[in-house]
Design a protein around this ligand. Structure first.
Ligand SMILES: Nc1ncnc2c1ncn2[C@@H]1O[C@H](COP(=O)(O)OP(=O)(O)OP(=O)(O)O)[C@@H](O)[C@H]1O
Ligand SMILES: [Mg+2]
Length: 233
């Protein structure tokens, strides 16, 4: 079964002058199956974050469909969409958006506060402590984000993204601020990539925006006419 599918997704913005249309994504088709990992690489401004936002229903396409386990997200209104995101999609943002006044442990637990599943909420703190320990942050539970290094903040963001055991994890340059060793640690907390299934079940998927700009454009696995900055007159 497909976890996530994009069908003929196009995203356009009006140009600043408003006289022409800037096409960022043009007829992108891709599928992400259970246990699959997908990396999207490309130059700055080519549309990677735009694509990830559409995959996670944070933005709506100009044309096309985004299906999560067969359900077309473009047809769902807020706040139902917000509840669906909270429960089934994990995000690691390019700039982590950790809450500055909250501790590491509290930041990780934020998505569980509005989670509708009682069983997941009840076990959240135990899970958070275990996974923070796994990514080497057991000595930093009470630290505020400002007291952490950039890589430590990214690790907190990853654990927060996984805390509600989502069906899909979307990560925008998750290892951009990490050294090689810490980037490898990302693999241990992203079991789809490492082949381990201790956080994700076998039915989950992962899409990741790579930090390797310029090493090749486009989508590493999947079909799409283009991720790029085409201009349509
Ligand atoms: N709201 C908007 N209105 C107009 N143009 C936009 C808007 N949002 C993004 N763009 C344009 O879309 C293009 C793709 O942006 P996006 O953030 O997806 O790039 P990216 O590949 O993630 O880049 P980076 O590697 O620098 O993060 C950019 O050229 C940007 O100027
Ligand atoms: Mg980006």
């Amino acid at each position: 079964m497909t976890v996530l599918e994009l069908r003929n997704v196009t995203k356009c913005y009006p140009s600043a002058e408003g006289v022409e249309t800037l096409t960022i994504l043009h007829n992108v088709n891709l599928t992400l199956g259970p246990g699959e990992s997908l990396a999207v690489v490309g130059p700055s401004g080519s549309g990677k974050s735009t694509l990830l936002n559409l995959m996670g229903s944070l933005d709506r396409p100009t044309n096309g469909q985004v299906l999560l386990e067969g359900q077309d997200l473009t047809q769902i209104a807020e706040p139902e969409l917000a509840a669906l995101r909270n429960r089934r999609i994990g995000f690691v943002f390019q700039s982590h958006y950790l809450l500055p006044q909250c501790s590491v442990l509290e930041n990780v637990l934020v998505p569980t506060l509005v989670c509708a599943e009682t069983a997941l909420r009840k076990t959240a703190e135990e899970r958070a402590r275990r996974w923070l320990d796994k990514v080497g942050l057991s000595e930093r539970l009470a630290h505020r984000p400002a007291q952490l290094s950039g890589g430590e903040r990214q690790r907190v963001a990853v654990v927060r993204a996984l805390i509600n055991e989502p069906r899909i994890l979307l990560a925008d340059e998750p290892t951009g601020a990490l050294d090689t060793a810490s980037a490898k640690a990302w693999a241990t907390c992203c079991p789809v990539e490492s082949g381990r299934k201790n956080h994700f079940s076998s039915g989950d998927a992962c899409a990741r925006i790579g930090g390797a700009h310029g090493t090749g454009d486009g989508i590493a696995r999947g079909a799409g006419e283009g991720v790029g900055g085409r201009r349509d007159a």
